[in-house]
Design a protein. Structure first.
Lengths: 191, 255
């Protein structure tokens, strides 16, 4: 009797859980449909966001020598708290770099549809490199997230971390040099 | 006992999507989209043929058992074809990037594997009460399959948004329509396993056929909508600027 009631309850819970999953998926689909109608890439905003990035500050955040100094001069508890904050700040850099890569990918794909074969060919390169950059920021973000969760770990195991971030930030700084001629392009609807 | 309006509504929602599917098939044929989406074309044609068979069995008196068997048998092939359609839209989405063709598809295969495990586990641990044993088996397979399909379609949408991938209209429409169909199917099959009353059964039938109508209308809309112009605004972008972007990104990615 009790076993039967438990089975029934389990079945009901699973059924309603599946219904919740289904409606969550439906929500994402509807959101995607609506966004595809109104989506616009605000590249200017992305560039401005990246202009606010301070590469030197970022370098300091992930610098292993700096970390060693803090480890030697702070209590373990204090060190963990500060390292967690530093890695979280670095993670925000990665987030912004990734957003810019996504915007660049969209612009690159729009360029691929250009009637001018040279622009289209350049668009292919921009797109491919933007995708690569996006995937790189994911990898870096995961490393940083691990360090946020486990601050006792040394970041020396990721020597390329700072370089990758520096390159990301440098590129996005450079985007600021381009005039706003792309405004019309990036605001054209896609999908 | 079904009221007249209920039965009329059910028939309307059953017949209309299939009539519209014939229009979808005609558009695919006329625009030669079967070259890009052969599996979707096969799926559409198959759904029409399936409807003709099932409708014929439905109107023949005393063919209830044959109808049930035919429904289950045709459902399995329909599920298999849907997987083919999802593979097609994924290929179309990653068409322009060699990098994504390799890495993103690998990631998607991992997602598919994880969803498959989840689908099997959820299907097995939500047995419900489905009456006949063969029908229960088909329900379990259907529940697991739509769970995987729904998850894959949502993953495609999220992945494309995350990477900034641009969809072509037909592929986006196919994904959206199929996504709505599978998500409603998932909810309905989960509820059907637990609530076996006639009222619930009929309500769920209305829900599924209604979702089918919405899905087919979405396919029609996206197939009829013209592809955006090849970015006429792009002509205002100086060629050297695009090249500069490319150079800068290559510099960024240099190891």
């Amino acid at each position: 009797m009790e076993h039967g009631a438990a089975t029934l309850a389990q079945g009901l819970i699973t059924a309603w859980a599946l219904v919740a999953v289904a409606f969550f998926a439906l929500g994402i689909l509807v959101y995607a449909a609506v966004r595809s109608r109104t989506r616009a890439v605000d590249l200017e905003r992305t560039v401005n966001d990246f202009r606010s990035l301070d590469i030197e500050a970022f370098r300091n955040l992930v610098d292993s020598a700096e970390e060693a100094f803090l480890r030697d001069n702070l209590s373990p508890q204090k060190f963990r708290a500060i390292k967690r904050q530093r890695m979280w700040a670095a993670l925000l850099y990665a987030w912004e770099a990734g957003r810019a890569a996504t915007a660049l990918a969209k612009v690159g794909q729009a360029a691929q549809r250009s009637l001018d074969p040279e622009i289209a060919a350049s668009g292919v390169q921009v797109t491919e490199n933007a995708f690569r950059l996006r995937l790189q920021t994911v990898r870096v973000s995961l490393h940083l997230l691990i360090e946020v969760l486990l601050p006792s770990l040394s970041n020396r195991s990721h020597p390329s971390l700072a370089d990758q971030y520096e390159r990301a930030a440098e590129t996005l700084f450079r985007l600021g040099r381009f005039p706003s001629v792309l405004r019309t392009l990036v605001r054209s609807k896609s999908a | 006992m079904l009221s007249h309006w209920h039965k009329a509504l059910l028939l309307f929602l059953w017949i209309t999507p299939h009539v519209l599917l014939a229009v979808v098939a005609a558009i695919i044929w006329k625009r030669r989209l079967y070259e890009k989406f052969p599996c979707f074309f096969a799926y559409v044609v198959y759904e029409i043929a399936e409807f003709i068979l099932l409708f014929a069995l439905y109107v023949v008196p005393g063919a209830g058992k044959q109808y049930a068997y035919a429904f289950s048998a045709t459902l399995l092939l329909s599920l298999a074809l849907r997987f083919g359609v999802i593979d097609e839209v994924a290929k179309d989405l990653f068409r322009e990037s060699k990098l994504l063709k390799a890495s993103a598809r690998r990631l998607l295969q991992c997602v598919a594997g994880a969803l498959l495990v989840m689908g099997v586990l959820l299907a097995v641990y939500a047995p419900g009460n489905n009456g006949a044993r063969w029908h229960a088996g088909v329900s379990v397979v259907n529940r697991g399959a739509v769970m995987v399909q729904c998850g894959l379609l949502v993953s495609l949408l999220l992945f494309s948004r995350f990477l900034g991938l641009t969809w072509r209209r037909p592929a986006f429409g196919i994904t959206l329509g199929l996504g709505i169909l599978t998500s409603i199917d998932l909810a309905a099959s989960a509820l059907r396993a637990e609530f076996t009353s006639e009222v619930m059964k009929e309500s769920l039938n209305l829900l599924i056929t209604g979702a089918a109508l919405v899905g087919v209308l979405i396919w029609l809309g996206y197939l009829l909508a013209p592809e955006p112009e090849p970015a006429s605004a792009l002509t205002v972008v100086p060629q050297d600027e695009v090249k500069t972007w490319s150079t800068e990104l290559q510099h960024l990615l240099r190891d």
